[in-house]
Design a protein around this ligand. Structure first.
Ligand code: SF4
Length: 333
């Protein structure tokens, strides 16, 4: 058993110890046994998150034709991909998505739109969408629509947005290598506006884009500092036509090691394995919980299909875990 994994595991478990950058980098050493790391990450998850798994669903309300050039994304207009393109869905489709999310056992439905960020007219549309979700009821209203100013955040919050999703994607250092049309700091500013408005923050990253372990650690530390309550961990699903289509995929154990490392650093946050789960982890999917995950996305992803929700529900039951009911989480202070 690795002494380092055990020492830091004890400190997180017993003292709520916030890992320093040096400690996190030491745990990220690929020479450290991945199963030792997971053993402690599992204990940390059990202590701080119990047996509940947060399952959420998303619906892409406006898809494709994006002005931005994120090099992993099927929806960028800069690349030729097979991604669907459509303008805003009608409200009936939003109601149907909310009903499906509820049926799948999701506690929340996230409305996701492609693009740099909303116009004020787009915000009007999201307000109407949330009213449509209220007609269905039973799922939290989450919004993920890009870079926003504080007034837009405030309007959505007043209309019932419980949580706002906005991924930082990777470290500040690596970000310019994956996107040239906007900056890491523009994304950070949106998170700061959310925090000032006391909106729960859902923000994480996409892994397997050529980043180093140092990049992964620095992203986790930024997310901790910025008050992200829910951390989606996505793993690159290589899309034909994008600049990253030929990137070497992360091995399943490297993915699990990354999840475990994040559980040490973000010990009391919800840590979800979202995009790229099936394609990258294959038979090792259920091990995400042993590695420290406490959340999953069920149903389909933005532009790719997920496996049937019932298969995920069965996986969670078989592990003696259970899906959490909808609840109103307080944002981190
Ligand atoms: S990640 Fe978002 S902003 Fe970037 S290209 Fe895709 S839809 Fe546009």
């Amino acid at each position: 058993m690795s002494e380092l994994a055990a020492d830091l595991g004890h400190k997180v478990l017993e003292e709520r110890h916030p890992l320093t950058r040096d400690e996190a980098l030491a745990l990220a050493d690929p020479g450290l046994d991945a199963y030792d790391l997971m053993y402690w990450a599992h204990k940390i998850r059990k202590k701080y998150k119990g047996a509940e798994v947060h399952a959420c669903s998303i619906v892409s309300v406006k898809t494709g034709a994006c002005s931005e050039d994120c090099s992993f994304c099927a929806q960028s207009s800069k690349y030729k991909t097979n991604s669907p393109v459509h303008d805003f869905l009608d409200k009936e489709r939003i109601k149907a998505a909310a009903a499906a999310a509820k049926k799948h056992g999701s506690y929340a439905l996230g409305l996701v739109a492609a693009g740099y960020g909303p116009t004020d007219e787009d915000v009007d549309t999201y307000v109407e969408y949330m009213k449509a979700m209220d007609e269905v009821g039973g799922v939290e209203k989450h919004i993920n629509v890009g870079i926003m100013n504080e007034r837009q955040v405030e309007r959505l919050k007043d209309a019932g947005m419980v949580c706002c999703g906005h991924n930082l994607e990777t470290s500040r250092r690596h970000f310019p290598k994956i996107c040239s049309t906007h900056t890491y700091d523009q994304r950070v500013e949106t998170l700061k506006a959310l925090r000032r408005q006391n909106v729960k923050i859902c923000s994480g990253g996409l892994f397997g884009m050529g980043e180093t372990w140092e990049d992964r650690v620095d992203l986790a530390l930024d997310l901790r500092e910025l008050g992200a309550a829910n951390i989606p961990m996505n793993f690159l699903n290589r899309i034909e036509g994008t600049p990253l289509e030929n990137t070497t995929p992360m091995a399943p154990l490297e993915i699990l090691r990354t999840v475990a490392l994040y559980r040490y650093i973000l010990f009391d946050r919800d840590l979800g394995v979202y995009g790229g789960r099936e394609v990258n982890l294959r038979d090792l999917q259920s091990m995400i919980f042993f590695a420290g995950a406490s959340a999953v996305m069920v149903g389909n992803y933005l532009t790719t299909a997920g496996r049937p929700a019932e298969v995920d529900r069965q996986m969670v039951r078989d592990l003696d875990l259970k899906f959490a009911p909808p609840r109103q989480l307080e944002p981190l202070a």
